[in-house]
Design a protein. Structure first.
Length: 306
């Protein structure tokens, strides 16, 4: 099981090493150490996506593996710095091994001289979405501009509805925040997660990487990205209204009602995109068929099961 030890053992070792080293460092030090790893992985994935020769598999293999190592530094950090958010930490751990598994399949493609379109698509989608999202996240002036704009628009909608709402000034610190004032008192703090950037970046990345007719991709973009932006403003307005007028807690409005509404909206938008771009559906289904390539890890797992 040397392949499993390499592709899954090294990320596991990085998670353990992070526990004893950088997880207790300041946020600035932690980011200074891990951010170069993040962008190295993304850049290699982008190079692999655009490369047409055999070395594309080497580039993508390294890209997925380095990207997995970046996320291997994050689970414990997300838990302790994210107010004990177990769900995010668990999803991050699962993601580490999924990314390592994709790296392993690029290794198979290299050894077998095969091209798997779904892997190439996923590398491109991750590159485009990741570069867009993380550049804005890591560059304070960009994230501050976006958060401030969303805050101002949220406040403007509420004023149109007849409420006394104002957006405050940008607070730069551990996270960038813009307060929203309702009748003179602070109601909520908007952060980057309140802008809808993550969801928009995913759709932009997917549509940019997909090999399909440009006209249909542009149509899908217009159906999804502007809709997500507007719905996110509606969600922000709903959270403030629910807290201030209905007396509901922030947790109920944001973490329960808001997230359920966002999930339903994203599912509906995904089906619209699948209708316009069946190629996207085919690529996603093909990713679930990767174990059928029957590489050494899959054969080893079957032997263990027997």
């Amino acid at each position: 099981m040397k392949h499993a030890l390499f592709f899954f053992g090294i990320p596991t070792a990085v998670m353990l090493a992070t526990h004893y080293t950088i997880v207790n460092e300041s946020i600035s030090t932690f980011n200074a150490i891990t951010t170069p790893i993040l962008f190295a992985g993304l850049i290699l994935l982008g190079m692999g996506f655009f490369e047409v020769k055999e070395r594309k598999h080497i580039l993508s293999l390294l890209g997925w593996f380095i990207f997995a190592l970046y996320w291997a530094t994050q689970p414990e950090y997300l838990y302790y710095k994210g107010e004990g958010d177990t769900v995010n930490a668990v999803f991050c751990i699962v993601g580490v091994y999924f990314l390592s598994y994709l790296s392993y399949h690029e290794y198979l493609s290299l050894k077998r001289n095969e091209d798997v379109e779904s892997l190439n698509f996923l590398a491109g989608a991750t590159f485009f979405a990741g570069i867009l999202y993380f550049l804005i996240l890591k560059i304070d002036i960009l994230s501050g501009w976006l958060i401030k704009g969303v805050a101002e628009q949220t406040a403007a909608i509420m004023r149109i509805l007849g409420y006394n709402v104002e957006a405050g000034t940008i607070h730069y610190g551990v996270s960038i925040e813009v307060p929203i004032y309702f009748n003179g008192h602070e109601s909520v703090q908007l952060i980057l997660a309140c802008t809808g950037l993550q969801s928009m970046a995913v759709f932009i990345g997917v549509l940019a990487a997909l090999k399909a007719d440009t006209k249909r991709r542009m149509k899908a973009f217009l159906y999804t990205v502007p809709t997500i932006y507007v719905l996110n403003l509606v969600r922000n307005v709903g959270v403030i209204y629910g807290m201030e007028e209905l007396g509901l807690s922030f947790y109920m409005m944001h973490n329960v009602i808001g997230k359920i509404g966002s999930l339903i909206a994203l599912i509906v938008l995904a089906f619209i995109v699948f209708e316009l771009l069946p190629e996207l559906y085919d690529n996603i289904i093909a990713i679930f068929n990767l174990p059928k390539r029957n590489g050494p890890i899959e054969r080893g797992i079957r032997k263990l099961i027997k």
